[in-house]
Each structure stands twice: as C-alpha cells, then as structure tokens.
Design a protein around this ligand. Structure first.
Ligand SMILES: Cc1ncc(COP(=O)(O)O)c(C=O)c1O
Length: 411
C-alpha cells in the first residue's frame, strides 16, 4: 500500500455497524468477561482493552496508521508532542545517563533536557547535526535526539552521519519528524530507531487537537539488548522481560509502564480528530510546501536572509535534496532588529500571531519572545534564533493573498 492509501484506509476494520467513518470509543473503561479474564489481561497473558489510560480502540487505529506511515513496527499515541518526547527519552535513560541533544531543536525539547530532567540526574550534551560528534560519546550516552527539519532554524539533519555514528556505538536515535511529516521525510528508512511527532501540527492540520506519537523501528530491538529497562525483569509486572515478551518492546514498555504510571493519555475524541486530519495530509503537505517556497522566494527578493531548505541558495539545500521529499510550510527570515520584526508582525493581517505551526491558517511567530524565550543567549544563537527572526507557518490560503499581506506589512 502507498502512503496516500495508508493515511486513508489503514488500521480500521469495520464492526457490525459498518460505519464508513471511524467510531469514537469515548469510554474510560471496558467491561471484563470474568474475573479470570480480567486477571489475565492485567498479567499480560491476554490481549485486550483494560482502561483507556493504557489503550483505546479509536487511538489504536491512529497508532497503527502512524506506525505504518513511518514504516515502523508499532506506535504509541499520547497526550502531546512533549509527552511523546519525554516518554521516548525516559524509556531509555536512568539517572547518570547522558542524552546527546541537537543544538537546533524546538525550545520545549531543549528545556525538557536542560531543566526539567536535570534534577533527576539525566545529563545532556549538545551536538551539531552536520558535524562529526563522536568525541562527545561516553559509556553513559544512551540517546541521540534531533529533528529531521529543525524548528525554527530549518536545518536538515545529516542522517547518514548521525546514524552511522550511533550504530557504531549501539546508541538509540530519536528523530522528531513533526515539520517534514511522514510524507516529507522517512527517518526510519534513513536508519533512525525511533520517530516522534507532535501530531498537533500537520497531522491534525487545522489546530483542533493536541497529541503526540512515538514510532518504533524494527531495528530498535537489537539495540535494546544493551538497555537495562528491556533486558532485565520488570518487578512491576511479575518479572517480565520486555525484550523476551514483545515484538515491539519499546512501545510495550512505554504503554504498559510509562502510560500506566505517568498517564499522559490522549482523549479518544482527539484521536478521532487526528484521524480526520491524517486523511488529507498527503495533499496538504504538498500544497504547504509549494506555497512556502513561493513565499521564501518573495522574501529573498525583498532582501532578507531566508531559511527554507529546498531553496537552492539555502545552506541546507544539499541535505534537503538528499533526505526530503517535501520541506513543509515553515519559513523563517531575519529582518535584523527586534523593533523591525515587531512592526512587521504587528502589520500582518492574514498571518495570525500564534505559537503554533502546521495549521491550514497561516501563522506568524516571533520565536525569541515566545517559543524560545526560556533559552539563554548562547542557546538562542545555537538554535539559530536571533531577535530579528520571524517564523511563518504558511497555511493553505491563496499564495497571492499571503504575499500581498507580507508586502503590505514590510513596506
Ligand atoms: C518540532 C516540535 N516538536 C514538538 C513540539 C511539542 O508538541 P506539542 O505542542 O504537541 O506538545 C512542537 C511544538 O511546537 C514542535 O514544533
């Protein structure tokens, strides 16, 4: 099945009602057949629905569809992109372990590692997605996290360089594929072990639901042989060893242990909204990318420094050509000073001042005062966020209307 068909058809088997659209199983719990059957479910001897914090039939369809789209073996959908990133990291590391963190990431991922996880003894080091980082690896390095297309610097990761180093040292790679989407980039085909998404962006496509996804590759299992959480018995489940019991041990532990105990569950209604969105993702991402490129070219003609990876003049062009089919709808440009950025943002009418991306409605953001506000000067510089940087999330409106809005705001 091709990706366009997977996005519309995969994972849904009609029940007796034969509803064409996927039903919303808006339920907290499920009635067990007997006390014996309930005990078997809880002891993982039988598969089935236990409680929506751990699994739900509507969410299950979304998980299967996303995993298939990313060419993974299994997927887990959670309450937000941040919880997906959080779970994928803490499913690997313990106190004293280190995470290699791309210096060009969404601000929330940076603060998660640099602040939130610090009191728990999880350490980090920054690396650059285009420079050999072998010297940063220590016996404690357990995860390498980066974005396929980074928000908002729009740098494209050098997948071959990153995955070959990671594989040499048997370290797990996590790639956030939110901006490129499974239609723009296929990280698992490029050698990545785990893909994460904020599905709140392009996947839902209209800003109506927050959610996150974790997708496990087939190759991950081999690497997990070196990770304690997977190769030693879990006391909380009568000594099961995830690697022995499950085809997709990473997803199984994230669901059965992390969702059970931390509980960042998605609502079934949000899963359903996401399933509505995903059906049109292939068409939308094509159009977002086409209009974004037109806008990037317009801004270049206006004399600004513009970041858009598929522009021939962009410093990421060679990586975009090698690894991306579409670059998505995010364009960032530097107008030099804070006051000038402020004026342009204020004068825009069709671009709404919002901290979100991937909506059908065009959005403008000033990262230095919003999404990346908590970073220090050095981190801002590394993340490619200057005071004059404006980020556009180009929507699906007519490109001429969007360009006219920008023209008016700039002059
Ligand atoms: C690339 C990227 N990853 C993760 C996140 C966090 O996702 P969420 O807002 O769904 O928690 C965002 C949010 O903007 C993002 O842009």
């Amino acid at each position: 099945m091709k990706k366009e068909t997977i996005a519309i058809r995969y994972g849904y088997q009609k029940d007796n009602n034969r509803t064409m659209n996927i039903p919303i199983y808006q339920t907290t719990a499920y009635e067990y057949e007997s006390i014996e059957s309930a005990a078997k479910l809880f002891n993982l001897e039988e598969e089935g629905n236990i409680y929506t914090r751990i699994g739900n039939p509507t969410t299950d369809i979304l998980e299967k569809r996303l995993a298939k789209l990313e060419n993974g073996v299994a997927g887990l959908v959670v309450a937000s992109g941040m919880s997906a990133i959080f779970y994928s990291i803490i499913n690997l590391v313990k106190s004293g372990d280190e995470v290699l963190l791309s210096d060009k990431l969404y601000g929330g991922t940076i603060t998660l590692l640099t602040h939130a996880l610090k009191p728990f003894g999880i350490k980090y080091r920054y690396f650059d997605v285009h420079t050999n980082f072998e010297h940063l690896i220590t016996p404690q390095t357990k995860a390498i996290i980066f974005e396929s297309v980074a928000n908002p610097a729009l740098s494209v990761a050098d997948f071959d360089m990153i995955t070959s180093i990671a594989n040499n040292y048997k370290i797990v790679t996590i790639c956030d594929n939110t901006i490129a989407t499974p239609f723009g980039c296929s990280p698992i085909d490029l050698g990545v072990d785990i893909v994460v998404h904020s599905v709140s962006k392009y996947i839902v496509g209209n800003g109506s639901a927050i959610g996150g996804a974790i997708i496990e590759s087939k190759t991950l299992k081999e690497k997990l042989k070196n990770y304690d959480y997977f190769n030693t018995p879990d006391d909380s489940y009568h000594q099961i060893v995830y690697l022995d019991k499950f085809e997709a041990p990473f997803t199984a532990r994230a669901r059965l242990s992390l969702l059970r105990d931390f509980g960042a569950v998605i609502s079934p209604f949000n899963s359903w909204l996401l399933l509505q969105g995903i059906e049109t993702l292939s068409l939308r991402i094509k159009q977002h990318s086409k209009t974004a490129k037109k806008i990037a070219k317009f801004l270049q003609k206006e004399g600004f420094i513009v970041n858009y990876p598929t522009l021939k003049s962009d410093k990421n062009y060679k990586y975009a050509k090698k690894y991306l089919k579409y670059a998505g709808g995010i364009v960032s440009f530097d107008v030099g000073e804070f006051q000038k950025a402020k004026n342009i943002v204020k004068n825009l009418k069709l671009f709404s001042l919002v901290t979100n991306i991937g909506d059908s409605k065009s959005i403008v953001t000033h990262p230095a005062s919003t999404t990346h506000q908590q970073l220090n000067k050095k981190e801002l510089q590394k993340a490619g966020v200057s005071e004059g940087l404006i980020r556009l999330s180009v929507g699906l409106e007519n490109s001429k209307d969007l360009i006219n809005d920008l023209k008016r705001a700039i002059h």
